[in-house]
Design a protein around this ligand. Sequence first.
Ligand SMILES: NC(=O)c1ccc[n+]([C@@H]2O[C@H](COP(=O)([O-])OP(=O)(O)OC[C@H]3O[C@@H](n4cnc5c(N)ncnc54)[C@H](O)[C@@H]3O)[C@@H](O)[C@H]2O)c1
Ligand SMILES: [Zn+2]
Length: 370
Amino acid sequence: MLPTILDVRTQAAAHSRIVIAPGLVRTLGDSIAEACPDASRLMVASSPRVWALHGDAVARGLGVALPAQDQVVLVNDGERAKTMATMSKVQDALVAQGVDRRAVLVVVGGGVLGDLAGFAAATYLRGIRLVHVPTTVVAQVDSAIGGKVGVNHRLGKNLLGAFHQPVLVAVDPALLGTLSRRERRAGLYEVVKYGVIASEPLFARCVATLEALLDGDPDALLPVIAECCAIKADVVTRDEREDGLRRILNFGHTVGHALEAVTRYRVLRHGEAVAYGMKAASALAVARGTWRAPDHHALVTLLDRMGPLPAIAGLEADAVIAATRRDKKVVAGRLHVVLPTRIGAAVTVADVSEHEVREALRTIGVHGQA
Ligand SMILES: NC(=O)c1ccc[n+]([C@@H]2O[C@H](COP(=O)([O-])OP(=O)(O)OC[C@H]3O[C@@H](n4cnc5c(N)ncnc54)[C@H](O)[C@@H]3O)[C@@H](O)[C@H]2O)c1
Ligand SMILES: [Zn+2]
């Protein structure tokens, strides 16, 4: 099968290429050589879990003999590992190896690895080239594309970071075969997000092929991943710095990030938090009369079909609202919230009141103090 090739062209950064094909990892070294013909050396960042599962295949694809311990730095992933401390371990390895400016850092992992090791690539020597080999659904459809890299601060998610476009994003859906059902499903919530904000056909495909997607059927996943990558590439090309359009990618993320923060990243996978956030934003939009009840119903029905979300019933609305105020989406004190207008389109609004957020939280079972 011919790979799908998409190009992200941004003003600030060099051109970033996304290549999507099952089995792509087998020829990863060739893809990188094409993208970076003058690379002095490759460094690899991954996590112990991902490397145990896919390290041999990736190393073979890179043409690297194993074990190449001095070339591979393994750090923990998972949201709680997304810290400056973990990031600096990657920087330490680059420094220790005396990596030069023409080196390329190849990051093999999910969104946490991509974001934190990408941040290391953005900062080491003021930036070395970055290649993403995303290994989760979230990373393949979202985090590996667009150049946002960073880590969490104790007081908030993704508060520390940079824009650093990868020269290459090598998307191999075959890598998803080892994901747990929960991780795969968490990523599929982001796919649903793309459908709601940008593509009615994608939403319809999710509805029609949901079981196959949840089962990880590669034939079902490939076209869905490719469409999400195309949407994200298009949005980022038009608004790299998130001055406007790119904000719509945050649908479900205002409340979602707040829920992740107040549950200290222990209860919800990122995508699960986004699922709650989409339900809340959808309810808010219905209450405003800017999104039709049948569309809300279609979204909630699809999300419910995907299975039960971890319970969040004990949370207090005040704590969640306080967490939304620490979100990066607060601009000049105003909370920007993405609201769908119809399936396939969304807008950002800056005049959402606390009362509206409170009412929306109620619909997902988060109530005010008694
Ligand atoms: N930069 C962006 O634009 C952007 C966009 C969306 C999300 N994100 C970030 O992405 C992060 C979430 O990413 P994630 O959900 O991939 O989390 P993650 O990177 O922590 O991966 C989730 C889990 O899956 C495991 N894993 C990864 N690949 C695997 C594989 N192929 N087989 C089996 N297990 C595998 C990991 O070890 C980890 O335990 C969040 O921190 C979020 O902020 C960033
Ligand atoms: Zn997300």
